[in-house]
Design a protein around this ligand. Structure first.
Ligand code: ADP
Ligand code: MG
Length: 250
């Protein structure tokens, strides 16, 4: 589902992604770990073409994101095609990013109506099903500020699912939550994983990684320094940097 090869990205003189190779098979969950500044968010943003690579490429479902082949070179795609590609990749952020002036239901149906062209009525039917799936049926008329952080994040997940993405990216989805609200969001993510959703999750929740991930990838200084089955990477890291990081977050 995802194939990344030789991905490089700098901001000025700061080399942030230094030749990333990564594969995620359909239906699999990959957890991305690594210290602050190691390039995790930049890598997720590159998968959605929110960052343009300096070299290398990202493929999702066999399509290069943001570019098309032109002979042996890559040319950037037009805005419409990039919008279509982005619509197939959902993203859930640390800060939820809900529209504060829209109700839960309006937050969820906004993109399906604007981008997928659904009627408000059919989008609302789908939104209610999704709210039930994330344990929030009956909250469709609430505004984000009336919900707990855990509930807001579950709305954000429902909103991402409303676009029927083939891939979901999570960037530290529980890092902004009070500790007692983390479990309800992880439970929704675990259900999604069990339903066969392909997911890449940046998180420091090692228990989630151990229980739900098919593979764990450890990033340091913009490079993959460990990758493999959760037990191998979490219990037997080969690099001192990975060992020190895991000792600190466990
Ligand atoms: P992580 O998510 O692992 O903490 P990031 O991908 O957010 O790491 O950032 C990696 C490095 O890239 C950091 O040094 C950060 O300051 C830098 N960086 C990220 N985004 C930008 C940007 N838009 N402009 C300049 N520097 C950036
Ligand atoms: Mg980050």
């Amino acid at each position: 589902m995802v194939r990344i090869r030789g991905l490089r990205k700098s901001f000025g003189a700061n080399l942030v992604l230094d030749g990333i190779d990564l594969d995620v098979r359909e239906g699999e969950v990959t957890v991305l770990l690594g210290p602050s500044g190691s390039g995790k968010s930049t890598l997720l943003r590159s998968i959605n073409h929110l960052e343009k690579p300096d070299a290398g490429f990202v493929e999702v479902g066999g399509e290069i994101i943001g570019y098309r082949h032109h002979g042996s070179r890559l040319h950037e795609l037009g805005h419409r095609t990039i919008t279509r590609q982005r619509a197939a990749v959902g993203m859930v952020f640390q800060q939820f990013n809900l529209f504060p002036h829209l109700t839960v239901l309006e937050n969820i149906i906004e993109a399906p109506v604007a981008v997928r062209g659904l009627t408000r009525k059919s989008a609302a039917v789908q939104a209610r099903e999704l709210l039930e799936r994330v344990g929030l049926d009956g909250r469709e008329s609430a505004y984000p500020r009336q919900l707990s952080g855990g509930q807001q994040q579950r709305v954000a997940i429902a909103r991402a699912l409303a676009m029927e993405p083939r891939l979901l990216l999570f960037d530290e989805p529980t890092s902004a939550l009070d500790p007692e609200l983390v479990g309800e969001v992880l439970a929704v993510m675990r259900d999604l994983a069990l339903s066969g959703m392909t997911m890449i999750v940046v998180t420091h929740e090692i228990g989630f990684a151990r229980e739900v991930a098919d593979s764990v990838v450890f990033l340091d200084g913009g490079r993959v320094i460990e990758s493999g089955a959760p037990a191998d990477v979490l219990d037997n890291p080969g690099h001192d940097r990975a060992r020190a990081f895991l000792a600190a977050v466990l």
